[in-house]
Design a protein around this ligand. Structure first.
Ligand SMILES: Cc1cc2nc3c(=O)[nH]c(=O)nc-3n(C[C@H](O)[C@H](O)[C@H](O)COP(=O)(O)OP(=O)(O)OC[C@H]3O[C@@H](n4cnc5c(N)ncnc54)[C@H](O)[C@@H]3O)c2cc1C
Length: 478
């Protein structure tokens, strides 16, 4: 009897629930070999401007997620083969050794990921095998949309109106009951550690909004927490612009980025919640934000590599942008002398997370006030974010830099008024910049404007114990 073995290549879909590749592979085969490869180009290399391609916070999150995936697979009678290397070589080798008939995976659409899947496909063809592609990133299936991907509306509102009322979000696929695993004569492989990728002594900051832990189990727990356990989703629209604490926003993003949570699962849980406890503007708004995620993915598909290029979707780079590394690193290190920027950047560095409000402000400041090439900022985010996702990151940066398809031209953030509005008493700034703790609320966002006597009184001296401002805060005061 033919014993059909399928390989399931887990990528940014580290879950058993609603996993189309896994479900399809189980259906098509007698046994499956689940595999995860830590791609050395992703976890060991550097970006163009010299940042680690994957920073420590995201690496820790991925390691936890892979460990959880292995545990979940073992509970179902299978295992997870774990390797470090190049997926196109590792999977090819495994396919040859186990005599599989195909590799199943959820298709990626951004250039680096596509190159890897194309290279694997080519290798597999040489042994009469192929990749069977599935999908699993979005709320919507592109085939259900009322327009072809290449005709995705360029304005978000138009996209939203065309989909939200008319396109059904399909039900998530169930977790498989059992998974048949083939007989293998090689080691499943031990999980690597942070030090295998050059990171020593990693600890999570106790100052973090949330101690993110990777994996499907923790992702589903977070979903339950935000909806059923605390009803925080009911006030989401009112709190989502806050800056401190675990629950002002859902914090689903790292789990979504690694695919530990499926957006369809979130959507249907939200619908169940609304049916049981009532919906309101806030419950709708969480769905609205998930639509942004789909939208940027579609824009990424529509415009391909353009989202990564300096001229962005529009193809027009601003001539005043420079690759000024001094300014870039002042920004990265949270040493610009503008507390609202520095506090947000310290949060990112220490935890891998930053609120959406923070991200908009620091990105605008880098591009519009410091006039630094937005790609440098986007690359730093790529390195540092725990929830980095190519389409969401580069799509948002395109928007902020003014090279995307934002219908509002020249969107500019007045950093001082944003700081005063969203951090009125300076609690967020003091949390991340204890050196400014003594300043009263009315001065905490403008230490560059302290008089000599005020500097002495509160012991804050720009240039001594806090950086001199790269941009005078008076710029925004009028
Ligand atoms: C310059 C910049 C870079 C960004 N880079 C990323 C990134 O790499 N990865 C990422 O997931 N998000 C990115 N975002 C979007 C947004 O800031 C985060 O998704 C959000 O802050 C995550 O927190 P949350 O899960 O609590 O979000 P919530 O406010 O609870 O929103 C729920 C979910 O909706 C989605 N979402 C919300 N806002 C956006 C948005 N503007 N664009 C796309 N999806 C959104 C996310 O999946 C999020 O988890 C970026 C925003 C900016 C301005």
């Amino acid at each position: 009897m033919d014993h059909k073995i399928a390989i399931v290549w887990f990528r940014q879909d580290l879950r058993l629930h609603d996993n189309e590749a896994l479900t399809a592979a189980i259906k098509a085969s007698d046994a499956i070999l689940p595999v995860y490869v830590f791609d050395e180009r992703v976890f060991k290399s550097q970006t163009q401007f010299g940042f680690p391609k994957t920073g420590a916070h995201r690496l820790a999150f991925v390691l936890e997620s892979v460990a959880d995936l292995r545990e979940q697979l073992r509970k179902k009678g299978a295992d997870l083969i774990v390797r470090v290397g190049k997926p196109e070589e590792v999977l090819f080798d495994l396919a040859r050794r186990v005599g599989s008939f195909a590799v199943f995976c959820n298709r990626e659409r951004t250039s680096e990921e596509v190159q890897v899947q194309d290279a694997l496909e080519k290798n597999l063809w040489s042994i009469g095998q192929e990749i069977k592609y599935n999908r699993g990133k979005m709320l919507y299936y592109t085939s259900d949309l009322p327009f072809p991907v290449s005709q995705t509306p360029d304005v978000f509102t138009q996209f939203r109106k065309e989909v939200e009322k008319f396109v059904r979000v399909r039900e998530p696929l169930p977790v498989p009951d059992a998974i048949a695993f083939p007989f293998i004569t090689f080691e499943p492989g031990t999980l690597p550690e942070m030090s295998d990728f050059g990171w020593d002594k990693y600890t999570k900051s106790p100052k973090a909004a949330l101690l993110f832990e990777g994996g499907e189990t923790k992702g589903l727990e977070r979903l339950k927490h935000y909806l059923w356990d605390t009803d925080k989703v009911k006030t989401y629209k009112l709190t989502r612009n806050e800056l401190l604490g675990a629950d002002y926003s859902s914090k689903f993003s790292p789990w979504l980025a690694q695919g530990c949570l499926s957006p369809k699962q979130i959507y249907h849980e939200l619908k169940k919640y609304e049916a049981a406890r009532g919906g309101n503007e806030s419950t709708y708004w969480l769905f609205f934000e998930l639509l942004w995620r789909d939208y940027f993915r579609l824009i990424g598909k529509k415009y391909g590599c353009r989202i990564f290029q300096k001229g962005g979707i529009q193809g027009v780079a601003n001539k005043s942008w420079t690759d000024d590394r001094d300014k870039l690193f002042a920004w990265v290190l949270g040493e610009t002398g503008i507390p609202f920027i520095d506090a947000n950047m310290k949060e990112l560095r220490d935890t891998g997370f930053m609120s959406n409000r923070g991200r908009q402000n620091v990105a605008s400041f880098l591009v519009k006030d410091l006039k630094v090439n937005w790609q440098m900022g986007a690359e730093y985010f790529e390195s540092a974010l725990i929830d980095y996702d190519p389409c969401s990151n580069y799509g948002n940066w395109n928007y902020v830099a003014g090279v995307g398809n934002d219908p509002r031209e020249n969107r500019y953030f007045n950093i001082l008024s944003q700081a005063k509005r969203y951090d009125p008493d300076g609690a967020f700034v003091r949390h991340w910049l204890p050196e400014l703790a003594a300043l009263p609320s009315e001065m905490v966002h403008q230490p560059d404007q302290l008089s000599k006597s005020q500097q002495e009184k509160w012991q804050v001296v720009p240039g001594k114990n806090y950086p001199k401002a790269l941009v005078s805060s008076r710029k925004w005061a009028s």
